[in-house]
Design a protein around this ligand. Structure first.
Ligand SMILES: *Cc1c(COP(=O)(O)O)cnc(C)c1O
Length: 369
């Protein structure tokens, strides 16, 4: 993923510096407002990353030691780590092969009386079935946190992927579609949650530093609970505001490039590229290909692509296979293991040309026979 950062972003960052206000301030406020509006959420609370956004989401839902939180193992490791930050226990669920996402069935299979929450991931931008999973979580009486790190610009049931979520966490790391360098956001539907999230990201203060400094009268703040410094800076938000204006164009371009990949790959047996699910559209944050009965193994394919000048990456990781989770014995996760071992992510970025795509696919075609 090569981020698209232009003169406009450079100018916006410079303007923030020249304004003299570089910490969380007016630009963060605007970015929160505009981002929430774009993804169809009532409130946005900017954070330093999606990882810290996920942490705060679990804190605001009061998830505690002894609680179990179901997460897909097939995700970036931060999804599972956030559960451990609040002292709760991550329980790994399997995913469905077509989307790489958890389903009502895979979640239900690992649910116990101690399950307090689920973190469902819109994996690589592919929306999970929001209607089905939200309804099931409601019925089970468990909280649903949506890890929308990769989902800016994706849709589910004709709406932005985060619309209608109780709480969703977003990322602006350079590997995602929109970037602020580092950065994240929690979006919530509940005003009381938003108020507490603003406090949690800023040392537990009852009045933000920005509001305190903007006041003509001295304001004596109080610290209402032990909290964190997870703030975004106004320099980052300035960049984010410009990036937000690029979102629709970026998604349209990625979908065109993905359609071209589908066309080029269609003649090759044993390769299954990611596609839109029936219930929505992916932003093609990650264009992954599953090797199913392909004559050559995944690592060999990656090596050959590298030898031909193509920087593809392994597919999405599985947290339960990492040393950090060696102490967890999950229920069998056959689909997760098949996907993580046999998939790879092809280059897809704004500078990718038709020639590049043909070259990449010709290497794969060469290996297929
Ligand atoms: C990238 C990513 C994260 C972490 O985002 P950061 O902003 O880098 O902390 C969390 N979950 C998923 C699914 C991701 O892809």
């Amino acid at each position: 993923m090569i981020p698209l950062l232009g003169e406009e972003e450079a100018q916006a960052a410079a303007d923030a510096v020249r304004s003299g206000w570089v910490a969380q301030g007016p630009r963060v406020k605007s970015f929160e407002h505009d981002f929430a509006a774009t993804v169809g959420a009532a409130h946005g609370v900017a954070t330093s990353s999606c990882t810290t956004a996920l942490h705060l989401a679990l804190v605001v839902l009061d998830i505690k030691p002894g609680d179990e939180v179901i997460v897909p193992s097939l995700s970036f490791i931060a999804t599972a780590n956030a559960v451990r930050y609040v002292g709760a226990t991550p329980v790994f669920a399997d995913v469905e092969p077509a989307t790489g996402n958890v389903t009502v069935e895979t979640l239900d299979a690992v649910r116990t009386p101690r399950t307090r929450a689920v973190i469902a991931v819109h994996q690589g931008g592919v929306p999970f079935d929001t209607a089905a999973v939200r309804k099931a979580a409601d019925g089970w009486g468990v909280h649903l946190v949506e890890d929308a790190a990769c989902a800016a610009g994706s849709t589910a049931y004709g709406q932005p992927a985060g619309a209608g979520a109780t709480v969703a966490a977003w990322s602006f790391h350079p590997r995602k579609l929109l970037t602020t360098g580092e950065g994240g956001m929690v979006t919530v539907d509940d005003a009381a949650h938003a108020t507490r999230l603003r406090r949690l990201r800023e040392h537990g203060m009852n009045v933000s530093a920005a509001d305190r400094h903007a006041s003509s009268q001295p304001v004596l703040e109080a610290y209402l609970e032990t909290a964190y410094n997870y703030r975004m800076t106004d320099i980052q938000a300035a960049i984010g505001l410009v990036q937000l204006g690029r979102l629709a164009g970026l998604v349209a371009q990625r979908r065109r490039l993905a359609a071209r990949y589908h066309e080029l790959l269609s003649g090759i047996d044993g390769l299954v590229p990611v596609r839109d699910p029936a219930h929505g559209q992916t932003n093609y944050q990650s264009f992954w290909v599953l090797l199913d009965d392909f004559p050559v193994g995944r690592d060999e394919v990656l090596a050959e692509l590298a030898a031909q000048g193509v920087s593809a990456r392994r597919g999405i990781m599985a947290a339960h296979l990492e040393p950090a989770y060696a102490d967890v014995t999950p229920a069998p996760l056959p689909v997760t293991e098949r996907l993580t071992r046999n998939s790879l992510i092809l280059p897809l970025h704004h500078a990718l040309t038709a020639d590049n795509q043909e070259h990449i696919v010709s290497v794969l075609r060469g290996l297929s026979r």
